[in-house]
Design a protein around this ligand. Structure first.
Ligand SMILES: NC(=O)CC[C@H](N)C(=O)O
Length: 209
């Protein structure tokens, strides 16, 4: 059984360090809250005592292979199954969707917008007041969120020639974006994730006492 972090001190957030935008997420977490502890997750022991976990973007097949090779897969599955705070960006979101590790009750289509050269930056329109009206979304060989169940809350959309598309979602303690908020200096999405992790930790510590 995965142990929770019983330390009431600063939040400990893990960043899966297999491939992709790992350092960028570490920087974004620091910008969002200087006081948090960051753990690079590469082996099962690294997942102990975390309050939240980020699955970065990169290449989802490579990340999956490395996760399986490092014996992390059952630990991550247990983490997600327990509903612990998890933030998946781009490839990270792909891993949290069906038929991969799961977590989100949704399907995604990989490389929806085309190849690397079809990557783009556009305005992400937020649905949730506390996130502010909008942010800059960096989409790099991004997936598109396809079917979502009513368990999934869309948090943001973009206007696309194919129509408005959902690009950020929440389901309980899971947060996912098809874009890369860690590649901008705007801490909005990481702050929102830290809020989820903080609330989860508070609740878990209270239940524990
Ligand atoms: N920026 C990204 O994470 C791209 C995801 C990548 N195209 C994949 O399918 O894995």
């Amino acid at each position: 059984m995965l142990k929770m972090n019983e330390n009431a001190g600063p939040l400990r957030i893990g960043v899966l360090g297999m491939q992709g935008a790992v350092i960028e997420h570490e920087g974004a977490l620091k910008r969002a809250d200087e006081s948090i502890e960051i753990v690079l997750v590469r082996s099962p022991d690294d997942v102990k005592n975390l309050d939240g976990l980020i699955l970065p973007g990169g290449e989802s097949t490579t990340i999956s292979i490395n996760v399986a090779r490092g014996a992390l897969l059952p630990i991550l599955q247990e983490w997600i199954h327990a509903g612990r705070p998890t933030f998946g960006t781009c490839a990270g979101l792909i891993l949290m969707s069906k038929p991969n590790m799961g977590g989100f009750d949704c399907t995604v289509e990989r490389n929806y917008y085309g190849s690397q050269s079809d990557s783009f930056v556009t305005t992400v329109l937020h649905n949730l007041k506390e996130l502010g009206p909008s942010s800059k979304g960096v989409f790099i060989r991004a997936p598109a969120i396809q079917e979502v169940s009513d368990q999934v809350t869309p948090l943001a959309v973009i206007d696309h020639i194919a129509g408005q598309q959902i690009v950020a979602i929440q389901q309980g303690n899971f947060l996912g974006t098809t874009f890369h908020p860690e590649l901008t200096t705007d801490p909005t999405w990481h702050r929102y994730f830290l809020k989820i992790a903080k609330a989860y930790k508070k609740q878990a510590l209270e239940a524990y006492q």
